[in-house]
Design a protein around this ligand. Structure first.
Ligand SMILES: *Cc1c(COP(=O)(O)O)cnc(C)c1O
Length: 229
């Protein structure tokens, strides 16, 4: 296990970067929500993040989420950020407020079936078209949103993407920009169940670019809580 910097220090650095980027592009730092992604760390470390002032916690696996939820439950707002198998929905659905990986109708159906509450969902879009990435091809996103009307537990709060794995900043920026464009098209549809005001994009290595391009939720693991594995 590596020695980790305190979450508090990491958070300060990230918040300073957010302020700087926001100032450069004329956004308000209040628009940016930090999700601490705790998938590589212990529940104790997740606790430290909450203590440092992070309200949003994200996990990409059901067991990881449950492990941390046992410890922190209502002290955080929970985000499921990973590929979600339909059979896992019932294990996590009453614990999470946000799901970032809605990418197929069968998953929408399962979510709707398993809960009475409203679940804030991001549609995950595979903007870059990389095979390894989950998410809907961008060409299918509008038709997909229309299909969600009958699943009344689902509110489409926004879109989520992961940038391609590359050092090419222009390529990353382009990916985020395309997600923003798609968001505009969905907003123009004026669907009451799909306000689509949020953009979940940006991770440890690319959150500055994501903020420049309109991110409202950034999902940060290694740069914030680190990696204990
Ligand atoms: C792991 C993960 C992150 C955070 O990754 P870092 O590079 O460690 O910040 C963000 N989003 C998703 C979907 C992830 O799986």
């Amino acid at each position: 296990m590596s020695i980790l910097d305190s979450v508090e220090n990491n958070l300060e650095t990230i918040q300073k970067n957010i302020r700087d980027v926001c100032e450069n592009v004329g956004r308000s730092p209040e628009e940016i929500n930090i999700i601490a992604v705790t998938k590589y760390v212990s529940a104790d470390r997740a606790k430290e993040a909450v203590k440092a002032g992070v309200h949003h916690l994200g996990e990409n696996r059901d067991d990881g989420l449950l492990e941390k939820w046992e410890v922190l439950s209502n002290k955080a707002t929970w985000h499921f950020i990973g590929t979600l198998q339909s059979k896992k929905v019932k294990k996590i659905i009453d614990k999470v407020e946000y799901i970032h990986s809605l990418d197929r109708e069968s998953l929408a159906e399962e979510i709707h079936k398993r809960t009475e509450k409203t679940v804030k969902c991001f549609i995950q879009v595979n903007v870059s078209g990389e095979d390894s990435k989950h998410g809907l091809p961008k060409e299918e996103a509008l038709a997909f949103v229309r299909k969600l009307e009958k699943y009344t537990s689902i509110q489409v709060v926004g879109l989520m993407t992961m940038a391609p794995y590359t050092d090419d900043e222009a390529e990353i920026r382009n990916c985020f920009r395309e997600l923003k464009t798609l968001q505009g098209h969905i907003q123009e549809m004026n669907l009451p169940y799909a306000p689509c005001k949020e953009l979940s994009m940006g991770m440890s290595n690319d959150y500055r670019i994501a903020i420049e391009e309109g991110a409202t939720f950034i999902r940060i693991g290694s740069a914030l809580v680190g990696n204990e594995q």
